[in-house]
Design a protein. Structure first.
Length: 127
């Protein structure tokens, strides 16, 4: 079964290009264009991993992490996307329970690599 990844990003061009690249890598992709939609999809689709922008309308990436960790009591891996220079926000994301983060601008291949690393670490942890 392919791993299911929820990609949450309000920049449509980036969202589309990431989805395209991840599908090509054999992942199943769920898209959300803001944090509110992401929360709904987390509940309905049960993804294996979340990629989310920190800065999003309606519900921010930080609120998303809090929801998953506190409300859902889930250790679902969450990779945050951050604009450069957002160091405080990134630290806050890690404090709230983010798994990893990647700075914009980045190559889709770099994100693929990080996703694979997270899945490998999860495998090692369960075996």
């Amino acid at each position: 079964l392919p791993m299911k990844i929820l990609v949450c990003e309000d920049e449509e061009i980036l969202l589309t290009s990431l989805a395209f690249r991840l599908k090509k890598q054999g992942f199943e992709i769920i898209l959300a264009k803001d944090g509110k939609e992401a929360l709904e999809k987390i509940k309905s689709e049960s993804p294996d991993l979340i990629v989310a922008d920190i800065m999003m309308p309606q519900v921010t990436g930080l609120e998303l992490i809090t929801f998953v960790r506190k409300k859902m009591k889930s250790d679902l891996p969450i990779i945050m996307i951050s604009a450069l220079g957002n160091d405080d926000t990134v630290l806050e994301a890690f404090r709230k329970g983010a798994t990893d983060f990647i700075s914009k601008p980045f190559k889709p291949s770099e994100l693929v690599l990080r996703i694979r690393m997270v899945f490998q670490q999860m495998e090692l942890a369960t075996n």
